[in-house]
Design a protein around this ligand. Structure first.
Ligand SMILES: [Zn+2]
Length: 271
């Protein structure tokens, strides 16, 4: 599943390929994504110019003259830009043909993604308005996590993965961050010290930045290719390593279910 770094990599890869391009035609081949693609996009978008592509959580916000196209990649979605003369591929459900003959195509085999359109402030859209801070936002800091977590009995890992707390910390990143911060994922969020939350904030930002940097090597792939962003190429210290030796202490990595998500940790290094 694309996580925040893959979505950010997509943003950086796609933006230069579509900026200042003008929509000639919108083709909806299959509107039934997670929510139906609004049919009005076929009539409203032609003639409008693309300005910027920004990101909020795992939503991509494409700013046009009269509104914003909001894209979520779901489980298997990806975007690519190629020549409109090149053949459409299986699972290409949506495309925007530009006046210069290039085409932005959305491909999604499992169709859990979304393409939405709003003329209002996209940050106030019903899908986005309730989200917590971005991990790179100054609002995500030690005091914020510490205060928010007091009296919370939920384990720290699902707490960290809760999009109301902070967006974009998925299962892999949460496991890896808690290992690097030496915090057991099973501990109640409300029992974690301020010093430990300080470490956690720091490593979350480092890990996400490392993943974005790893994805950055694949940016050229968004033109005339599969359009799949580079996936998390970082060394994984605990994730997926149940039964193997901890890289720091040789204790065997444990696997547990927390909030229905498989969680990996070192019972010796993480307290
Ligand atoms: Zn260890």
């Amino acid at each position: 599943m694309p996580e925040l770094p893959e979505v950010e990599t997509t943003r950086r890869g796609i933006e230069p390929l579509i900026i200042n391009k003008v929509v000639a035609q919108v083709l909806i081949h299959n509107a039934s994504l997670r929510w139906p693609i609004p049919l009005e996009m076929v009539t409203v978008l032609p003639g409008q110019k693309f300005h910027t592509v920004s990101r909020r959580s795992k939503y991509l916000l494409f700013s046009l003259d009269q509104g914003t196209m909001i894209v979520h990649l779901g489980m298997t979605g990806h975007l690519r830009v190629d020549s409109s003369l090149s053949a459409r591929r299986k699972h290409d459900h949506f495309e925007i043909v530009f006046t210069d003959g290039s085409t932005l195509r959305y491909n999604d085999s499992r169709r859990f993604g979304a393409i939405l359109w709003t003329k209002d402030d996209p940050l106030q859209h019903v899908r986005l308005s309730g989200l917590g801070p971005e991990p790179f936002d100054a609002r995500f800091n030690t005091n914020y996590l510490y205060k928010l977590s007091r009296d919370r009995k939920v384990a720290v890992k699902p707490f960290l993965m809760d999009a109301h707390v902070v967006v974009g910390v998925g299962n892999i990143y949460a496991s890896e961050a808690l290992f690097r911060a030496s915090i057991a994922p099973t501990r109640p969020a409300g029992k974690i010290s301020k010093a430990a939350y300080k470490r956690l904030v720091e490593v979350v930002i480092i890990i996400l930045n490392e993943a974005i940097a790893a994805g950055g090597t694949t940016i050229r792939d968004f033109a005339n290719s599969e359009g799949k962003p580079g996936y998390f190429k970082q060394e994984l210290r605990v994730y997926g390593r149940a039964g193997q030796k901890c890289t720091d202490c040789d204790t065997l990595i444990k696997q547990v279910k927390l909030g229905q998500r498989t969680t990996y940790y070192c019972p010796c290094c993480q307290k």
